[in-house]
Design a protein around this ligand. Structure first.
Ligand code: MTE
Length: 321
């Protein structure tokens, strides 16, 4: 299939993310591959990703929309997160996702578009379209971290399917497979995990489909092999391990909205002025920051107002939370 390729920025990633970070990371990977007992390296990477043929992208162009904050460590990013398909605890995805094999992988595209179909994931991972985007992920629970993603523009991917004039929303679905995703054996959520965006949100320049982080293939616990990243929305909108994309005329029913409609709205834009019914959203705990440094003031749209505020002009963001 043909994908419209966005021209990459020619700013080199090493200009902002220190090269030493990458070199350390590569050294770390090599030691891990050699079977070193260093730290918990062998559990950070799934078995299938330890082949010498595993792709890695150490020097991708860095997208200028990236945050200027220094990224969190690889350890923070891969050992503290939410992926309920592998358990509800923050350490569970790291512990329970190691056996998951995200290859082969297909994505089914359906609904209001001219070019639906079933596509192999590798149709989308074209080195020329890949770039590094460093985004802050703000979780609705009140913590945040900065992640150096490897990915490509969601808008460019979606344009390749030629959405028609009835395509007002895009729905994304995670793999449903209880045997491979043991967390789905418990009814903690409506499975499969579903998320959605309005089509103009999806076509904005910020969202990406991520296939890696820190220049390496996406670890299982972070949503392998492909996940969405929408940096101005709370983290739960950034759905992992996507197997289906559907263009719809009506607003998709999303997992968290179905589970607790008064707590999780469809929009879920980061907004310090609108509290979650059970806690404030004014501040965030920055993972990796010492407790005496205190919390960070949460920014409207997670700091991306310039790129997205116009999408909500005239809307009451308290009603459309
Ligand atoms: N996607 C799926 N399929 N299942 C999940 O449980 N958790 C969400 C989101 N995507 C989740 C998911 C939540 S609550 C957050 S905060 C982010 O993933 C965490 O992403 P991270 O691993 O990059 O920190």
């Amino acid at each position: 299939m043909s994908i419209i390729i966005k021209k990459s920025s020619d700013i080199n990633s090493s200009e902002i993310t220190p090269k030493s970070v990458y070199l350390d990371r590569r050294r770390f990977m090599q030691q891990s591959l050699a079977g070193s007992l260093l730290f918990s390296a062998s559990t950070l990477l799934p078995a299938w990703a330890k082949s010498p043929d595993t792709p890695h992208w150490p020097d991708l162009p860095k997208n200028p929309l990236s945050a200027s904050d220094p990224p969190n460590s690889f350890e923070d990013i891969t050992t503290y997160n939410n992926f309920y398909e592998f358990g509800t605890g923050k350490k569970d995805p790291h512990k329970n996702a190691t056996a998951f094999n995200p290859r082969p992988w297909t994505i089914t595209v359906e609904g209001e578009c001219n070019k639906p179909g079933v596509f192999d994931l590798d149709d989308f991972i074209k080195p020329a379209t890949l770039e590094e985007r460093i985004y802050r992920l703000r979780c609705v629970e009140g913590w945040s971290m900065v992640i150096p993603w490897v990915g490509f523009s969601l808008a460019d991917m979606l344009k390749g399917f030629e959405p028609n004039s009835k395509a007002k929303y895009v729905e994304f679905t995670t793999l449903l497979d209880k045997s491979r995703m043991p967390g789905q054996q418990r009814r903690v959520l409506h499975w499969p995990y579903v998320e959605g965006l309005r089509i103009d949100e999806a076509m904005n320049e910020l969202p990406i489909m991520a296939v890696g982080l820190y220049g390496e293939l996406l670890p299982n616990q972070n949503g392998a092999p492909i996940r969405l990243v929408v940096p101005w929305k709370y983290g739960f909108k950034s759905i992992k391990s996507i197997v289906k994309i559907r263009f719809t005329e009506t607003m998709p029913e999303t997992t968290w909205n179905k589970t607790a409609p008064n707590e999780y709205g469809f929009y879920s834009n980061v907004n310090p002025e609108v509290d979650h019914p059970r806690w404030s959203q004014k501040k965030e705990r920055v993972i990796g920051r010492a407790f005496w440094e205190g919390k960070r003031e949460t920014q409207m749209f997670n700091g991306y107002g310039e790129q997205v505020a116009h999408l909500y002009r005239g809307m009451d963001l308290r009603k459309n939370f």
